[in-house]
Ligand binder design. Structure first.
Ligand code: PSU
Ligand code: MN
Length: 308
């Protein structure tokens, strides 16, 4: 059973999320593009279910966000999650087309940008994901810069990720975030992480080492009237890491293939991820799942600290 959130916007909270909202419990938003476009079935479903379990174990409530047949769902029950994990041809939704999918009654998964918009609309302030989109290598030619960066600058949600994937141009990604006034806080490490690896070779702009400190930083931003999002970068656990030098080899191959196959636009990120999964015989997938789980735990701790 789910209930409508607004008489105008077809938005539905799951029972679990509606109850959490009613009692003011901490909630963590989760994106769905990682499920439909980021990982193959059934690993994607295992990841989605385990991430929700981790958030509950930390005393928060998970809210996986997706558009299903034109309804914006804030929280998916297990049956819907299972169906989405097996859906072929779901749209990949960002700021430009989230409303389009709702208006046209389509089914689509939300990227970081679209999940932030939906979370803010639902009053959810913390969101866990794997990696954010960023400035792609060669962006000076292709202009390929993820809408995630613009969204971080305008929408007041804390996004917990494992840094930026090394398939991106990480220095340029950090430059854009700085220009747009997005705080980039690495959790408990001086080095900005690179998704599969703990260290991108770049120093993180800011560092904090407790969920309470992150919640306090956000509270001061609120008091100051500084709006927009915050990026929290949480390095992948050491035991799950794939070294940067090794990843570089697979990334170079994947980028070459993408150029050869003339991949462009929204297809770029899913194509690169899929190629890297195959080149690493699934090892990158295991790392990807471990880092999302790690981010879910930290996001739940931040949500709990914000609620205190
Ligand atoms: N990182 C992952 N898996 C993913 C994505 C990022 O490990 O599936 C998705 C996220 O939804 C992110 C999106 O918002 O890719 C960025 O896509 P683009 O580069 O097209 O903006
Ligand atoms: Mn892009």
């Amino acid at each position: 059973m789910t209930r409508p959130a607004s008489p105008f916007l077809p938005m539905q909270y799951s029972d679990e999320v509606a109850a959490a909202k009613a009692r003011g419990a901490p909630i963590v938003a989760l994106e769905s593009t990682i499920i439909t476009h980021g990982m193959p079935y059934p690993g994607n479903l295992e990841m989605a279910l385990s991430v929700e379990r981790i958030i509950r174990a930390e005393g928060a409530v998970p809210a996986t966000i997706a558009v299903i047949d034109g309804v914006l769902h804030i929280g998916l029950d297990d049956a819907r999650l299972e169906a989405l994990a097996q859906t072929q041809g779901a749209m990949k939704l960002s700021r430009a087309d989230l409303a389009f999918a709702i208006a046209e009654r389509r089914t689509g998964a939300t990227t970081v940008a679209a999940t932030m918009i939906a979370a803010a609309r639902a009053g959810i302030r913390v969101f866990a994901t794997g990696g954010i989109g960023g400035v792609h290598r060669g962006a000076e030619e292709t202009f390929d810069i993820s809408a995630d960066l613009e969204e971080l600058s305008r929408t007041g949600v804390i996004v917990v990720c494992a840094g930026a994937k090394a398939i991106l141009d990480i220095p340029k990604t950090l430059e854009v975030l700085e220009t747009r006034g997005v705080p980039v806080v690495t959790y408990d490490s001086e080095a900005f992480p690179a998704f599969w690896s703990r260290d991108s070779g770049l120093k993180s702009p800011l560092m904090l080492n407790s969920p309470a400190a992150i919640a306090n930083f956000q509270a001061v931003r609120d008091q100051l009237g500084v709006d927009g999002g915050m990026l929290v970068a949480n390095p992948v656990p050491e035991e799950n890491e794939i070294a940067r030098e090794e990843m570089e080899i697979y990334i170079a191959r994947a980028l070459d293939n993408a150029e050869r196959d003339e991949i462009a636009g929204k297809a770029v990120t899913p194509y690169l991820l899929d190629t890297i999964f195959r080149l690493t015989d699934g090892r990158s997938l295991a790392t990807n799942i471990a880092l999302v789980e790690n981010n879910a735990r930290l996001a739940a701790e931040i949500a709990v600290a914000l609620a205190d």
